[in-house]
Write a protein that binds this ligand. Structure first.
Ligand code: SF4
Ligand code: MSK
Length: 624
């Protein structure tokens, strides 16, 4: 596809990245401050030039403040997503939204019980209304001594105690974001240790926001179960009205899927014999792929390329990680870019405001724009790559436990724990995060996962990591035979056969979108509780080898806070301060058990993560 864009003279993310070289050294090391109008101030990294900003801030203060602001922005993004879902649930409980309903009553009851919402003898609408109110309380509570409900009802007791003792449990998501902005204002918090503690607290608020967004989405739209799907640009169809959904929030895309079948005849009448073909991009794509098997066209970095096939009638975007370049690329083809959120508009796009009260009506309106656009296709420009990869997806925590229950119904986690103890599974790695134009797309994911699977490390993935593995053929039974070490292969084969998959479980288990990292937390919490240890004792590690967004910085930070060695394959803007670098690595390890490992080389990074797993195994007295 890059050949197609090049021939057409269209610049993509890769071209723009080249045009940005060389990128600023001050920005890359975190030594540039633009927090007040006396700046920008720059600290000379080599010690020859200025060492203080105009206000007197030193390199450590400047680096730490910038880092905390990144975490706060990531937290705000996830938590707005979560608020949107919680408000939708509240309004379903108030009978105001007729296009939404509870699709997983069992999950509703499980979540309600966890959050202390009574269910016995109550109407479903009353339960969801109270559950939504308790959840929204996590955005409103002003009592510092009462931590947010979701996090305090989810993590293992020893971890909660540690975080509480360190004063790190958030009491209010919005307050955490506001405090992060406030303490990093010019002339406020200047002590790097205190700033990083504030960063950890806001990042844990991000975890709270992710938990509630994921679990309430499951209540509304169903908890994912293993399902077959396909990935890569070959999922676009020559003979269909192709519609891509891009972004993160499932509130609109779920309804788009619901109503697409109703408009099948209109699409056929417009000249598309196969009707409407919905495909996913980025994490909205992951949400639909996990719950319904909807094909995934691509992940973040190549989101411009479906347009260049000349066969995409519309791309419907909601929030986060949507490139502002899309309308410019679309202007070279017939594709309509449709923005749907009033806080997320893009110049050149068509804006159709989404309202939950009229969800189906608006979804039909949007799909009719796509159908109408089919006639504007230029058949001579259609170039859909013949690249399509099968993938088994949908491994929510419940999906994984259900698969394990086919081996031991009475004690589903026992087979996993037994195999970790025996060493057949050495440990677990969570791959999360984005793509980044600084790295060949998906390369780090595939290299690291293959290297770790060979060493019998079970891989779970979310977000654009999931997209990379789905496209890269790592979510098939065949990949287990091809890439896993003997122990892991044996376990995945036994579970896959017991679960009736007709072959092994894939070596990489798709746990969802980037907001669904909380699913991995639920899994490691269950393992820690089963073994009676803390998360920081488990042979579990995390990696964001192609991290890009501020959300990834928030996720990486709470991952450290809950006790996981956490790899970043892109260097965050902290290396200008030895103090901050030390705080998020060595000091974090001493205080929290979790710590950052920064390593751009994927082979070396896989070795470091395997070493961290071995250190944990040794700590538990397990064979290494
Ligand atoms: Fe410069 Fe201080 Fe203002 Fe930052 S806050 S721009 S270091 S004067
Ligand atoms: S879309 S935050 S690039 S995972 Fe979730 Fe992908 Fe990262 Fe966005």
């Amino acid at each position: 596809m890059l050949g197609v864009t090049k021939a057409a003279g269209i610049a993509t993310a890769w071209d723009r990245y080249k045009a940005q070289q060389p990128q600023c050294g001050f920005g890359s090391t975190g030594l540039c401050c633009r927090i007040c109008l006396q700046g920008p101030c720059r600290i000379d990294p080599f010690g020859n030039g200025p060492q203080y900003g105009v206000c007197g801030a030193d390199r450590d203060t400047i680096v730490a403040r910038h880092l905390v602001r990144m975490m706060a922005a990531g937290t705000a993004a996830h938590s707005e997503h979560g608020r949107h879902i919680a408000l939708a649930l509240l309004h379903v409980g108030e009978h105001k939204l007729h296009d939404y309903a509870v699709h997983d009553d069992e999950k509703l009851h499980a979540v309600a019980a966890r959050l202390g919402v009574a269910t016995e003898g109550r109407e479903q609408s009353d339960i969801i209304h109270e559950l939504a109110e308790v959840t929204l309380g996590d955005y409103q509570n002003q009592d510092y001594d009462k931590p947010c409900h979701w996090i305090s009802s989810s993590l293992p007791a020893p971890r909660l105690k540690k975080l509480s003792d360190l004063g790190l449990l958030p009491h209010n998501i919005d307050a955490m974001v506001a405090q992060s902005m406030s303490r990093t204002h010019m002339g406020c918090d200047a002590e790097p240790e205190n700033l990083i503690l504030g960063g950890l607290r806001v990042a844990l608020a991000d975890l709270n926001g992710e938990m509630l967004a994921t679990e309430l989405s499951d209540v509304l739209f169903g908890t994912p179960k293993p399902v077959a799907s396909v990935a890569n640009l070959g999922v676009l169809k020559r003979n269909a009205v192709n519609v891509a959904v891009n972004g993160h929030n499932p509130l609109l895309s779920e309804i788009i899927c619901n109503v697409a079948a109703d408009l099948h005849d209109e699409a056929v009448a417009a000249g598309a014999p196969e009707g409407i073909n919905i495909v996913g991009v980025c994490c909205t794509g992951n949400e639909l792929m996990m719950r319904h098997g909807v094909p995934l066209a691509t992940n973040y970095l190549s989101q411009e390329l479906p347009i260049a096939t000349g066969a995409l009638e519309a791309m419907i975007v909601d929030v986060q990680c949507v490139m502002p370049s899309l309308p410019r690329i679309a202007a070279c083809f017939h594709t309509k870019i449709i923005t749907t959120d009033n806080q997320n508009k893009i110049t050149g796009a068509t804006h159709i405001e989404f309202e939950e009260e009229r969800a189906s009506e608006i979804a039909r309106q949007i799909l009719r724009v796509a159908i109408d656009n089919f006639k504007r296709r230029d058949p001579k420009r259609i170039d859909i790559p013949d690249e399509k990869q099968e993938a088994i997806v949908g491994f929510s925590t419940e999906g994984i436990v259900a698969a394990l229950a086919t081996v031991d119904a009475a004690d589903p986690l026992k087979p996993m724990v037994d195999n970790i103890v025996s060493g057949a599974i050495q440990g677990v790695v969570l791959f999360a995060g984005c793509n980044n134009a600084k790295i060949q797309q998906d390369h780090n994911y595939l290299t690291m996962a293959k290297s770790l699977a060979k060493r019998n490390v079970l891989v779970v993935a979310t977000g654009c990591a999931s997209g990379a593995f789905a496209k890269g053929g790592m979510m098939t039974s065949a990949a287990t035979d091809q890439y896993c070490g003997e122990g892991l292969r044996g376990v995945l084969t036994a579970i896959g056969e017991a679960a009736g998959l007709g072959g092994p479980l894939p070596p990489v288990l798709h746990m969802g979108a980037c907001v669904d990292n909380s699913r991995a937390v639920a899994l490691v919490t269950a393992l820690a509780n089963k073994l009676g240890v803390d998360i920081s004792d488990l042979p579990v590690v995390a990696s964001a080898p192609e991290a890009m967004s501020e959300k990834a910085m928030a996720i990486g930070t709470w991952s450290v806070a809950i006790g996981l060695p956490t790899h970043l394959g892109t260097v965050p803007p902290v290396v200008g301060s030895d103090v901050v670098t030390g705080l998020i690595t060595d000091a974090a390890k001493a205080q929290l058990g979790g710590y950052f490992i920064v390593e751009p080389d994927p082979e070396k990074a896989a070795d470091s993560l395997f070493d961290a797993i071995q250190e944990r195994r040794a700590g538990l007295g397990l064979s290494t």
